[in-house]
Design a protein around this ligand. Structure first.
Ligand SMILES: CC(C)(COP(=O)(O)OP(=O)(O)OC[C@H]1O[C@@H](n2cnc3c(N)ncnc32)[C@H](O)[C@@H]1OP(=O)(O)O)[C@@H](O)C(=O)NCCC(=O)NCCS
Length: 283
């Protein structure tokens, strides 16, 4: 094992992520302009529920669903899009099937109505999904399942900027696993907020990744004020997962945006393969 190889026998927990409460709200929550809401749900609903969710999808989504070949991928896509529609329907007071999307040049879905301030972003890994919703402006969310890996040096050279690589290599080996996932999810959430995906070079911006330091967008090429335009947050979706959220900053002096975390209903956390820490969803 070389000095940059990340050992596999850690606890799969992010060392510095605070415990977070994911609430199952009694009534559909109101979204204040200063907030972002993040919903957590599983992607393996029972067959009847899956059929109900599928009935709300539009033709484009059904075609996309049918293009998935791998085991369970079709139903996970259907569950993700169905829940997206159901939750957005809750905010908009609309039937899920009536919600219409438009797609950006790099595929980012947005609500088609130009009368709504709601912006959203969906992320999934395996059988877990996160949905972020806000009225603040562009939003991006990422979730990753924590997996041990080798050849960290090669991976960070490919995906991290020079400044991020230095920050990573300056850390003791015991902190690098956490640092890697902090960096990865923050970068991905930023790319998703901007909506450009891989059209934006991964070395054209820096995020913080040192465990214990705040989540931050440190530099964006050609935008010296980027740190004023975006706010970045860590999410702790449950044991074995890391997540990050990036929201457009609509004002600069009113203090940090409030992030509220929800599970849609008490069954939602059983819509997964048992990977979510159920103790984090108090009833
Ligand atoms: C879509 C993209 C932005 C993220 O893909 P991903 O990591 O596989 O997937 P996630 O689960 O995080 O997000 C997928 C969801 O984001 C949304 N999405 C699709 N294109 C998007 C875009 N350009 N911007 C933001 N969100 C997008 C969709 O809702 C999609 O889910 P759906 O297809 O089921 O509706 C991908 O194009 C990409 O560019 N990934 C960057 C990968 C990378 O190299 N990351 C390195 C970070 S260090």
């Amino acid at each position: 094992m070389d000095s940059t190889t990340i050992p596999g026998e850690h606890s799969f927990e992010m060392d510095f992520a605070p415990t977070e409460i994911w609430l199952n709200p009694e009534r559909f929550p109101e979204l204040h302009p200063s907030e972002a809401h993040v919903w957590r749900f599983g992607l393996e609903p029972p067959a009847t529920e899956l059929a109900e969710l599928e009935s709300t999808l539009d033709d484009r989504e059904l075609r996309r669903a049918d293009s998935f070949r791998g085991k369970g991928l079709r139903s996970k896509f259907v569950a993700g899009r169905g829940m997206l529609r159901r939750l957005l329907g809750g905010y908009l007071g609309e039937a899920p099937s009536r919600i219409a999307f438009t797609y950006g040049a790099n595929g980012k879905p947005e609500l088609a109505s130009d009368r709504t301030e709601f912006r959203f972003n969906l992320a999934h890994t395996g059988s877990l999904a996160l949905l972020a919703v806000t009225k603040a402006g562009a939003v991006g969310v990422d979730v990753e399942a924590l997996r041990p890996f080798e050849n960290a040096e090669r991976i960070i050279e490919r995906f991290f900027s020079k400044a991020e690589q230095k920050a990573f290599l300056d850390l003791p080996e015991s902190e690098r696993f956490t640092a890697f996932y902090l960096g990865w999810t923050r970068k991905e959430a930023y790319l998703k907020a901007v909506g450009t995906g891989l059209a934006t070079r991964l070395d054209s911006f820096d995020v913080s990744l040192t465990p214990g330091l705040p989540a931050a967008l440190l530099r964006v090429e050609d935008d010296p004020d980027a740190h004023k335009h975006w706010e970045m947050f860590d999410l702790n979706p449950g044991e074995g997962f890391a997540g990050a959220l990036v929201v457009a900053s609509s004002r600069e002096s009113q203090g940090p945006r409030e992030i509220r975390r929800f599970v849609p209903f008490s069954g939602a956390e059983t819509w997964d393969s048992g990977k979510i820490d159920r103790h984090q969803s108090p009833r």
